[in-house]
Design a protein around this ligand. Structure first.
Ligand code: OAD
Length: 241
């Protein structure tokens, strides 16, 4: 039996009621958005770790904003893929995502915990106020009406996650009887450590072996858009039966 068939069989047998979907950049790869690590994961020879930090922003806000504006443009032009849309078909699932691209919401999911913020949110560095901004900026770096710089409303390396997000995600995953782990390398903490909290069945979807593969009950070596829809079909079938 293939890994996918075994996972589907486990879903049919266990009829999971509380489903959590934990995602990383790989779930958006088939929407054309580059992942952070691996082939195509670099921008002008910078690594995410060299740009997504408070120190990088303090040193060169223009450079950091150029990177974010490039990513914002890619994401604006992208569409949710079959994996985002499949996840949204699960009526009671909670989506815990490390992604800042907002594609789960655009794909129709409603119960989403964004652990690392959202790239279309701005925060004034002086006032701390937050604003949504989807369109391209006329000039970089963008500024608040008060004159201070805006920063992207995302979590940078070395920063705390948004208040309550990690705790809510941990609670959901602890109570889950099925956890789908889709498209994450599992190396960025504290997000990656959430997977170990699941006492139920865990199913990873990732074409490569990740740091989380060996701790998941099933590891399906396939892309998100290939393997997520049949797993969602199996969950819906098992729980409607
Ligand atoms: P990574 O770039 O570290 O990992 C992406 C994962 O997706 C890899 O394991 C790939 O094998 C897998 N992948 C690639 N294509 C896929 C596909 N079509 N279907 C399924 N999986 C696929 O991204 P994350 O794990 O999300 O944080 O990285 C975590 C965090 O590090 C990000 O949220 C970001 C980053 O730096 C911050 O910016 C704070």
């Amino acid at each position: 039996m293939s890994d996918l068939a075994e996972a589907i069989e486990a879903i049919s047998r266990t009829k999971p009621q509380r489903v959590v979907v934990f995602t990383g950049a790989g779930v958006s790869a088939e929407s054309g958005i580059p992942t952070f690590r691996g082939a195509g994961g670099l921008w002008r020879n910078y690594r995410a770790e060299d740009l997504a930090t408070p120190e990088a922003f303090a040193r060169d806000p223009f450079l950091v904003w150029q990177w974010y504006e490039w990513r914002r443009g890619l994401i604006r032009d992208a569409q949710p893929n079959a994996a985002h849309r499949a996840v949204a078909r699960l009526p009671n699932a909670v989506v815990v995502t490390q992604n800042v691209d907002g594609l789960h919401a655009r794909g129709g999911a409603t119960n989403i915990i964004e652990l690392h913020g959202n790239i279309f949110r701005l925060r004034c560095v002086r006032e701390g106020t937050e604003h949504d901004a989807f369109d391209a900026f006329e000039s970089l770096p963008p500024r608040c009406k008060c004159g201070a710089l805006f920063r992207p409303g995302v979590v940078w390396f070395g920063e705390m996650l948004p208040a309550g997000a990690l705790e809510r995600a941990a609670e959901e995953i602890r109570n889950a009887d099925l956890l789908l782990v889709i498209g994450t390398s599992g190396v960025v903490q504290p997000a990656a450590s959430l997977v170990a909290l699941c006492g139920g069945t865990s199913i990873e979807i990732n074409p490569q072996t990740s740091a989380l593969s060996s701790s998941c009950t099933y590891a399906i070596a396939a892309s998100a858009a290939e393997a997520t829809p049949p797993l969602v079909d199996a969950i819906l079938e098992a729980t409607n039966a």
